[in-house]
Design a binder for this molecule. Structure first.
Ligand code: SUG
Length: 460
């Protein structure tokens, strides 16, 4: 192990916000479209997320939490042309453009895998941890996340000696970026130099002519090759440690709106569906030839698990985690939907029983509230590999402990509603409830005044 500084992979989970609702805002995300306009349960959603963090913490995984963004987003309502005081803006939006009000209320920041792409210091030529917050420009309700995500990550990872924060990539069709959900890092163990597979749905160069049939026809491709290339360049990733792979248009058109719905990687293991990439055999061969450590690829054929079953069960959106930091033993954190699908369940049981792979255990978790919006276990977390000194320099109040888990549960039970229908978003009391809750949360997490509504209060 000479020359390798020990490091741990941390999971930063997005805490579900008090306005979690089903607005059907995400085209190409089948669950979001199917559950549009149902009544949500924000309290259950947040408690399900906290239960996941509790399980991982108990299993010895390094776990931290990211607070929700402030919703409704009043600055966004103003930017969309709604005028008057907040209650008037909400009333006007509800009357004239309810889908825009839904966007301003979206709790979508919970899916932290889309918050940013992060490169560990071992993988960058300048030895710093690099962050690029995703512009999420494919969807209005998600595009509003970028400014606050940037502010939050800069607050948590503030020391410029360790952390480098890049500008959000300019929002254009050519440079659509959805963060770590389209990125896999492979490595011998978390502290050693990693190999990066950036997955894109579309390339601007292709759109110019030659290869249009390789673009999805039904649903949008949310990540472009150009955006992935910007990240690899800005983060100064060693050029021989990067591969760009195109997501299969058939997969996107079947509901695979992010690559993490069809592939999951951890350390030296890649679990991937047969229909994940364009020219998959070639991509996987190139990957095997490019890495300088033994890489195991488990490719799941369509005949064993269909694309449709993969999307409805979210098998590949399980979290694949090392039990030991060497990566020799792993476990899966899968959504209960996998246990309820007989084919997927049987396949998983065989996987665990087989001595031919390092996955030894599986935990099924009820994340139904998030799942109904297309967000499984892996969507809810941003992975960040940190060396000890880096971890010591980040904001400590967000690190999960038993006491913090209890405080968060109490906080959710105190402030969150148990039912939220689309019509409830017109209720101006929800704004006060949500802001009061978030104000209290900043004290629980010792974050100071991070929300715009807190700066305004301070100035008055
Ligand atoms: O961007 N759903 C999210 C789910 C994100 C899942 N993330 C990963 N796969 N990493 C999305 O499609 C639905 C919101 C609504 O319809 O109310 C939504 O935004």
């Amino acid at each position: 192990m000479t020359g390798v500084t020990p490091a741990f992979e941390w999971n930063f989970d997005g805490l579900v916000g008090p306005t979690h609702n089903y607005a059907g805002l995400a085209s190409g995300n089948l669950a979001s479209m199917q559950h549009a306009h149902r009544t949500s349960n924000p309290q259950a959603a947040a408690l399900q997320g906290i239960a996941k963090m509790r399980l991982l913490h108990q299993l010895g995984v390094k776990q931290a939490v990211l607070p929700p963004h402030a919703r409704p987003n009043l600055a966004f309502l103003s930017a969309l042309g709604f005028q008057g005081n907040p209650a008037q803006q909400i009333a006007q939006a509800y009357r004239t453009a309810p889908e825009l009000l839904n966007a301003c209320y979206s709790a979508s920041s919970m899916w932290a895998a889309n918050t940013a792409t992060v490169t560990p210091s071992s993988d960058s030529q300048d030895g710093k941890v690099h962050f690029t917050v995703a512009n999420l420009m494919s969807n209005l309700h998600r595009a509003q996340e970028a400014p606050f995500s940037q502010h939050l990550l800069q607050t948590i990872f503030a020391d410029p000696d360790y952390f480098s924060h890049h500008p959000v990539i300019p929002a254009s069709m050519t440079t659509r970026d959805e963060g770590a959900a389209n990125h896999n890092r492979l490595c011998q163990n978390h502290g050693s130099v990693g190999f990066h597979v950036f997955v894109y749905g579309q390339s601007y160069r292709q759109a110019e002519g030659s290869n249009l049939e390789a673009s999805p026809q039904r649903y949008p491709a949310r990540q472009t090759r150009e955006a992935s290339e910007i990240i690899a360049r800005a983060h100064q990733i060693f050029p021989d440690k990067v591969l760009f792979a195109q997501q299969s248009p058939l997969a996107i058109d079947s509901g695979v709106f992010h690559n993490d719905v069809i592939a999951v990687a951890n350390a030296s293991l890649l679990l991937v569906h047969e229909q994940a990439f364009v020219n998959q055999a070639q991509v996987l061969k190139q990957l095997q030839q490019s890495v300088n450590f033994p890489l195991q690829i488990i490719e799941v054929p369509e005949r064993e698990i269909s694309l449709a079953d993969a999307v409805s069960s979210y098998l590949f959106n399980s979290q694949l985690l090392s039990i030991s930091n060497t990566g020799s033993k792993m476990m899966l954190i899968a959504p209960t939907e996998c246990a309820h699908n007989p084919k997927v369940h049987q396949w998983l049981e065989q996987l665990i029983a087989s001595p031919d792979n390092p996955i030894e255990d599986i935990h099924y978790l009820d994340l139904k509230q998030s799942m109904q919006n297309g967000g499984g276990p892996a969507c809810l977390r941003l992975r960040i590999v940190l060396q000890e000194a880096e971890q010591a320099s980040m904001h400590q109040g967000i690190i999960i402990t038993d006491a913090l888990l209890d405080d968060l549960s109490d906080w959710v039970k105190r402030y969150y509603r148990m039912a939220l229908s689309p019509a409830d978003l017109a209720d101006p009391a929800l704004l006060d409830e949500s802001y009061t809750a978030l104000d209290a949360l900043t004290q629980v997490l010792k974050l100071g005044s991070i929300y715009p509504f807190q700066y305004v209060t301070e100035k008055q």
